[in-house]
Write a protein that binds this ligand. Structure first.
Ligand SMILES: Cc1cc2nc3c(=O)[nH]c(=O)nc-3n(C[C@H](O)[C@H](O)[C@H](O)COP(=O)(O)O)c2cc1C
Length: 224
């Protein structure tokens, strides 16, 4: 049998059932208020808030604990401008040629198009990269397991943490996103995963009038 170092689970907290109910309900209601915002204010946000949200992201479970992600936090106007320019080229191509009729129909209720002014307005862009493999200091490669699932979970936690801080986010996926490696000088072993726009919403921001599925429409229970 293999042996490995362990520590006591000191941080675990159990709650009485009624308190569990209250806590999970409060957590759900907090998350239910989150909306993807596409109109941002240029108001600055202290960087330490973004850093703490990134610490929350890094608590995500990951395949074999390899934490196969890298986040680039962009606040500089010049880099934001380059990203906007490159993203709009790809998005124009997407909306005018690449997207299927079906895809465009699915996007219609969101009112999105190839103009992405928020990529320059918002105080922060967080470029998320998925590391297909890691690299040891001597250059040897380390295989990463389930990097897609792991990075997706980290992004969910990041979005939730920024929301908890009172910030708005937009999960943006200009397609394809290879330009992010070039502009941000990231190695080809890292795949651009998504671009998270973060900041305060614009004062007059509006969001699409869309619905979330009801519990019975996306959950089934097996009790025997
Ligand atoms: C993987 C992923 C990619 C997305 N890509 C875009 C995008 O490129 N542009 C955009 O405006 N919204 C994008 N969204 C946001 C979705 O449109 C949004 O989450 C969805 O409409 C539900 O709205 P809500 O987040 O306000 O609940 C993306 C969301 C996810 C999870």
């Amino acid at each position: 049998m293999s042996t490995y170092p362990t520590i006591p689970l000191d941080q675990y907290v159990e709650y009485p059932v009624e308190e569990m109910r209250e806590r999970v309900t409060a957590f759900y209601e907090e998350l239910d208020r989150r909306r993807t915002v596409r109109e941002f204010s240029a108001r600055p946000v202290p960087r330490d808030i973004i850093e703490t949200a990134l610490k929350a992201a890094n608590t995500a479970p990951s395949g074999a604990n390899l934490q196969p992600w890298h986040f680039v936090v962009i606040s500089g106007a010049e880099t934001k401008r380059k990203i906007r320019e490159a993203a709009e080229v790809e998005e124009k191509e997407f909306y005018e040629h690449r997207a299927s009729e079906e895809w465009l129909a699915a996007l219609e209720p969101l009112g999105t198009d190839s103009n992405k002014p928020f990529l320059e307005t918002a105080p922060y862009l967080i470029a998320v990269f998925l590391q297909k493999f890691g690299q040891l200091e001597d250059g040897r490669k380390v295989k990463h397991y389930y990097p897609v699932e792991s990075t997706g979970l980290a992004c969910g936690m990041l979005i939730s943490a920024l929301h908890a801080a009172g910030l708005a986010t937009l999960t943006h996926t200009p397609s394809p996103m290879k330009f992010m490696n070039e502009i941000l000088d990231r190695p080809i072993s890292e795949r651009p995963f998504l671009l998270l726009v973060a900041g305060y919403p614009a004062d007059d921001a509006e969001v699409p009038d869309i619905q979330r599925k009801k519990l019975q429409d996306y959950v089934s229970f097996v009790e025997e």
